[in-house]
Design a protein around this ligand. Sequence first.
Ligand code: ATP
Ligand code: MG
Length: 407
Amino acid sequence: MSNVLRLAIVDPVDASRDALKATLLGMDMVWLEAECSRYEFFADVVGQTKPDIGIISLNQNPEKALQLVAQLRESSADCSIVVVSSSTDGNLILRAMRAGVKEFLPQPVRIEDLVAALQRIGNQRAGSGDSKSRGSTVIAVAGATGGVGTTSLAVNLGCILAANAENSVALIDIDLCLGDADVFLDTIPDYTLVDVAQNVTRLDFTLLKRSLTKHASGLYLLPRPVQLEDMALIKPDDLRRVIGLLKATFTHLIVDLSKGFSAIDMVAMEMANHVLVVTQLDLPCLRNVVRLMMSFGQMDSIKDNLKIIVNRVGLDNHIGLKKAQETIGREIYWQLPNDYRVMVEVRNNGVPLIEQAPKAAITQSMIALAERLDGRSDGQTLPEDAGKSTVVKLLNLRPGRAKAASK
Ligand SMILES: Nc1ncnc2c1ncn2[C@@H]1O[C@H](COP(=O)(O)OP(=O)(O)OP(=O)(O)O)[C@@H](O)[C@H]1O
Ligand SMILES: [Mg+2]
């Protein structure tokens, strides 16, 4: 429960209190500790239940409500106050802010505004200005070229994380054109990212969860649109809202990126705590990793979260890991072994690794990767493989010499 914000609400109007309660109850990031229908009793309720956040509706009696805010600042200084009001009178907002409220939300409360406000307060309470530091972990999975194993990793990591009863995990497939996460999970979803993106301001959490397809592993899937022409309907801001909303209800969000590094892909990377760049140890892939690192390494919102994942380690005629690491100039965060037979089986059967081959080295490696991403284990050591590398002038891959290397 450490990531959950404990809330108490007071609103003398039953209908609006029930509406607010219904919204809050669907959010996994909050726990409704108490509700109250009288301003007079709320200070005692807060004193006894000690919630992180008190939500006060100003509607029925703004004067009484603002007195209550001032009283709570004195008696329960640790409780952050949010007020909701159907009035947008500037004077009232100013008085509320001066009385010490953290957030002022217009009623009817838009779910996105509520999520954003609670996340801001959560971050402040966690003692950090970093909006990525609390609650949900977003993992964006990108690939250095086509077919490197991006979707295999995204889907299986999602199923592995979902196997832990403490987690709730969703996978968003933003390979809008050719994404195939639904095939890996052998599901035919009712709704896609287009439906959710277009209705994001109208959805409540119950509807949102119903729009996702739940796989037997526990993983929720939001797939790419069915029709190619629907791709254009998804704008970067829509995805930003969808991720923001899903963050309030899932402990982990995995995003399977396209290889186009479009504006949509960039949104996912900017919002991610971990940006996994999957590569294999061949020349075209490593050259792309160097290029991607050059570009992303200059983007403040991404550069510190980049993690290189080498897939299919052990394939013949591949470049040695140490040489690859030297060339990229960054730590190789994780290596996943090559296992063609098992990977073809899971793909053809539409069954995740933990179900099809729980003991296989590739599955165990992904389990350990999930633990590392969650901060529950350390890294791997690189094998002594310097002599194994194929004869490739790797140093030519460094910036400025890429042209020579590509010949
Ligand atoms: N560790 C592995 N060992 C052996 N085969 C693998 C491994 N990882 C992935 N593969 C295989 O590589 C192929 C491509 O994998 P996948 O579809 O996950 O890649 P991708 O990067 O998502 O591709 P795309 O560019 O089409 O999105 C699949 O056939 C998969 O079974
Ligand atoms: Mg893919």
